[in-house]
Design a protein around this ligand. Structure first.
Ligand code: SF4
Length: 123
């Protein structure tokens, strides 16, 4: 597993909102798991929002951009699109039936549900 900031073109990058809400944390956990599984490299949505030149270049060169948001505010998707980058696959965690603030959180089970949705290519 390589880190988020090595130089590779033609790659799949995975962005998550990493929001403070439980579902935002599920989104990020799913991104970490996808990276561990080799689906793509977890990348910094905040760096895109901050317009960091090296991160913008790498993101623009990506072959595929996968975005996971913790709710339908779609913050990470909006960051990418505001930077002029189309999103190839977008998942809203709550659209998968995972509540933003559930009474019974279970991050591993919920992250797996998100990972499966990304791997299936369904949103
Ligand atoms: S998409 Fe939802 S959970 Fe994620 S940062 Fe935005 S408001 Fe928070």
């Amino acid at each position: 597993m390589s880190g988020c900031c090595s130089d590779n073109e033609g790659e799949t990058l995975v962005f998550t909102c990493a929001g403070a809400a439980y579902s935002g944390q599920v989104a990020n956990r799913a991104g970490v798991d996808l990276m561990k599984q080799g689906v793509g490299q977890l990348f910094c949505a905040a760096a895109i929002a901050a317009e960091r030149p090296d991160k913008l270049e790498r993101a623009r060169n990506a072959a595929r951009r996968v975005v996971i948001d913790g709710c339908d505010d779609d913050c990470a998707r909006r960051i990418l699109e505001s930077a002029g980058m189309p999103v190839d696959l977008h998942v809203d965690v709550t659209a998968l039936g995972i509540e933003k603030k559930p009474e019974k959180p279970h991050i591993l089970t919920h992250a797996k549900r998100v990972v499966d949705a990304v791997r299936d290519g369904t949103t």
